[in-house]
Structures are given as C-alpha cells and as structure tokens.
Design a protein around this ligand. Structure first.
Ligand code: UD1
Ligand code: UDP
Length: 352
C-alpha cells in the first residue's frame, strides 16, 4: 500500500516516528512536511533524534493567519496527492497541517486515516477543536487514543472504523526513554537537581494570545519559590516580547530555547512537577508518573484528572500556585493503551 503522511508541527513529528518505523516494514510511505514549524529546534532536531525518514516533500508554508497557512498548505498538498495517487492519507492530531491534509484527501476521495481521533475540549474558541471536529468528520479511519475519544465520536454519530488503538505518544516514550537517559546531559548542563525543579511549557493560543492570562501565569510563577525550567515555544517568546512582559525578574526561573525530545524526556521524568498547557506534555507527565498542573480551562485528556495526577487550574493565579504546592498521591492506570499503537495503526490499515 502507498500512504501519504502529512506532518507539520512538533508533536506530529514525535507521533510519526514510531508509526513510520512500523509502516515502512511492508508499505510505501511518502512524507509531506508542510513547514508549519521550521526552526531547527522545532523541526529538524526531531527528524535527526528520532530517525524519522527525511520528508519527500517540504512545502515551506511557514507561519501566517489560519486561512493563509491552511490554504497554502492545501494548494500544495493537493498537487502532490494528485501526482502520488496514494491509497490513504495519514494525518495526526489537531493542527492546521492536520486539517489541510484531511480536507485535500477527502475531496479527492482518498480515505483519510486520523490518528488521535475523537478528542474534544468542547471549546470551539480553540483552533485545535475546529481542526479536530472537521478532520474527524471527513476521515475514513478514526484511530482513537482513549475510550473517551471513542465515546465522543459516538456522540457525534461516528461509529464506522472507530478503533481505540492507544496513544502513539506512549510508544514514543517507551522507545526513547532509555536512550534519553544514556544520551541527554541536560540536567547537568542546566545545573538541575532531580525532583527539585518544576518544568514549564506554555504555548497554546488560548493563553498566549491573551495578555491578562499571560500576566496571571507569570504572576503565579513569581510566587513559586522552587527552581523552574521553561523551554519556551517561539509563539510564547514573541507574544511576551510584544506585550512587554519581562520574565527575567521571576525568581529561580531558567528560560531556555525549545529542547530536543530526548532532553525533554529527561527534564520531564526528573521534574518535581510539570506545569503546562500542552496536550502532549500532559500525557507524558502521566506516562512518567510526574504530577502535572494544567494551565487551561479544559483538557481533552480527562483520564489524567482522576486521582489528581493532573490538576486543571485555568489561569487563576491562586489556583496555579495552590496546585503546584499541593502534595498529591495519584494512582496511575493503563488508560493510554499498551505502547503498541503503531502496530495497531498498521494492522487496522491492512485489515481493509
Ligand atoms: C501549533 C498548533 C497547536 C500545537 C502546536 C505545537 C495550530 C492551529 N496550532 O501551534 O495545536 O499545539 O503547534 O507546538 O495548528 N514559530 C516560530 N518558529 C517555528 C514555528 C512557529 O517562530 O518553527 C512562531 C511564529 O511566530 C508563529 C507562531 O510561532 O507565528 C505560531 O506558530 P503556529 O505553527 O502557527 O502555531 P503554534 O502556536 O506553534
Ligand atoms: N517537546 C519537546 N521539546 C520542547 C517542548 C516539547 O521535545 O521544548 C515535546 C514534548 O515532549 C511532546 C511534544 O513536544 O512530545 C508536545 O508538543 P507541543 O507541546 O508543542 O504541542 P501539543 O502536544 O500541545 O500539541
């Protein structure tokens, strides 16, 4: 079988790594990189570290408004899909690259495989929510990471070819964690002592595009005395500069550029707590049994909220500080599958 995979943003490279490895054992994969993420530390580093095959097509679309970015992707993806005539188009997650790939394929009557289908925050103000709903509704194969995702689709009358395959990010963590321990020197480079620091990531538009929310988040960080390490997403860096908000005054905060996946796994697994608005990082915290505080009003990963493995706090200063300081005793369950999602994706395609 011939499969065109559309990738574009950091979490998609990580999700694609285990799948491409299994897929290419028996099938032909053509990778299109839209160029949505383009800095070396947001893109190339993941291809190198995770041995993801070099993209066959690099579209270089870059940053822009939603319409411009998605539209340009669609124009270029369409040309390639028409030329390559694949049996399937494979997309991951909920970014503009996901939506562009799915819409092009569906209109050309090429079945879409959506990995990480069925997630909902029930907040249509999030660009990701629009991308998920649209992608799910034009997909032929809806490969879900959790039972909740399957239920969400059922509630929208989508039941055909819906399979819970587990979370492919869990495959990636299991495959790379040992490697991270061997190769990463980030803790000593940054002078971090295990379980004494909090790891921060903030990048979601719902937070970064609102100055008040960013002020609250920074005010909360100022009240947390422990050491904090923050690999900052370029979107957040640009927004803070635009708002004139200075993070250098926050005590015990180390801000660094985005790090590679192996360094990130090290930072996550040795953190005392993780403070984030990232979807992927919430799950990785759960896989690694590191308590998480999620700076959002909703999460798609509702399983993580049970037993306070993850505490949802929004952007209220006091709620953030209280949750970070709280002693929790979470119980972790196997809610994200068995780490063999990549094999299950390929089996599902082969069964058709
Ligand atoms: C995108 C996804 C989001 C996902 C995130 C993962 C959409 C709508 N959003 O958000 O769901 O969680 O990726 O990280 O698809 N920038 C750079 N260099 C880069 C990439 C981005 O400087 O390599 C800056 C640019 O100023 C750009 C901004 O970051 O305008 C936002 O990038 P964009 O890809 O549009 O959205 P993300 O916030 O990264
Ligand atoms: N990540 C990384 N380096 C960083 C920040 C995140 O490798 O500096 C990884 C993280 O471990 C996870 C993925 O990127 O696997 C999550 O991507 P992101 O937070 O950008 O997007 P989201 O999951 O929210 O869509």
């Amino acid at each position: 079988m011939k499969i065109v995979t559309v990738l574009g943003a950091r979490p998609q490279f990580i999700k694609a790594a285990p799948v491409s490895r299994v897929l290419r054992e028996k099938h032909t994969e053509i990778i299109i990189h839209t160029g949505q993420h383009y800095d070396a530390n947001m893109s190339d580093i993941f291809f190198e570290e995770l041995n993801i095959p070099k993209p066959d097509y690099y579209l270089g679309v870059g940053s822009g408004s939603h319409g411009k970015q998605t539209g340009e992707m669609m124009i270029k993806i369409e040309e390639i899909v028409l030329k390559e005539q694949p049996d399937y188009v494979l997309v991951y997650g909920d970014t503009n690259s996901t939506l562009a790939g799915a819409l092009v394929a569906a209109k050309l009557h090429i079945p879409v495989i959506h990995v990480e289908a069925g997630l909902r925050s029930f907040n249509k103000k999030m660009p990701e929510e629009i991308n998920r709903i649209m992608t799910d509704h034009v997909s032929e194969f809806l490969l879900c990471p959790t039972d909740t995702a399957v239920k969400n689709l059922k509630n929208e009358n989508i039941t055909h070819n819906v399979i819970n395959i587990g979370d492919v990010m869990y495959d990636a963590v299991l495959y790379n964690q040992e490697l991270a321990t061997q190769k990463s020197t980030i803790l000593s480079e940054l002078g971090l002592v295990e379980k004494t620091y909090h790891l921060i990531t903030i990048h979601r538009a719902e937070n970064t595009d609102d100055i008040q929310k960013m002020q609250n988040i920074l005010a909360a960080f100022s009240q947390i005395e422990d050491m904090k390490i923050w690999p900052i997403h370029p979107r957040t860096k640009h927004k803070l500069e635009t708002y004139g908000l200075d993070i250098n005054a926050i005590p015990n905060l180390k801000v660094v550029d985005p790090v590679g996946y192996l360094d990130m796994l090290m930072l996550e697994s040795h953190a005392k707590k993780i403070i984030t608005d990232s979807g992927g990082v919430q799950k990785e915290a759960y896989f690694m049994k590191v308590p998480c505080v999620t700076v959002r009003e909703q999460t798609e990963w509702v399983e993580t909220l049970e037993t306070e493995a993850n505490i949802l706090v929004g952007t209220d200063v006091e709620k953030i500080v209280t949750a970070v300081k709280k002693e929790v005793c979470p119980v972790y369950e196997d809610v994200f599958g068995d780490g063999k999602a990549a094999e299950k994706i390929v089996e599902a395609i082969e069964r058709t």
